[in-house]
Design a protein. Structure first.
Length: 118
């Protein structure tokens, strides 16, 4: 019943809920994303929302994935050189599987990476 929008040029995630009328959505929440600075028309972030309400966003040009809780509070980020661990080349597509693992399409390294979230 909610729609999540990656409003990249305004550097925010917006959340809309179904309204009283059919096909009507009302803004209910938004939060800033520290990133998404690029002006590229081709390289855009993707969103995935877990069953528990965690919102995962890709930040392709910063080479990372950012996780927020359902209220928009930063939980963690990973994938860039500063965060340690596996470095992503350009994370674009995101998908959650039935077990809640996050799959990231890494266009920069031409591979698919699986993350088991805590």
């Amino acid at each position: 019943g909610r729609v999540y929008v990656a409003d990249t040029w305004n550097q925010r995630v917006q959340v809309f809920a179904e309204g009283a009328k059919a096909n009507e959505y009302t803004p209910v929440k938004e939060w800033s994303v520290e990133g998404w600075y690029g002006d590229s028309l081709e390289i855009k972030p993707y969103l995935a929302v877990s069953a528990g309400g965690q919102v995962l966003v890709s930040d392709p040009e910063a080479m990372r994935v950012i996780e927020f809780d359902a209220n928009g509070t930063l939980v963690r980020y990973w994938g860039d050189a500063a965060s340690g661990g596996t470095v992503l080349g350009m994370p674009v597509g995101l998908a959650l599987d039935a077990e809640g693992a996050l799959w990231v399409a890494d266009a920069g390294n031409n591979n698919l990476v699986k993350y088991v979230l805590p």
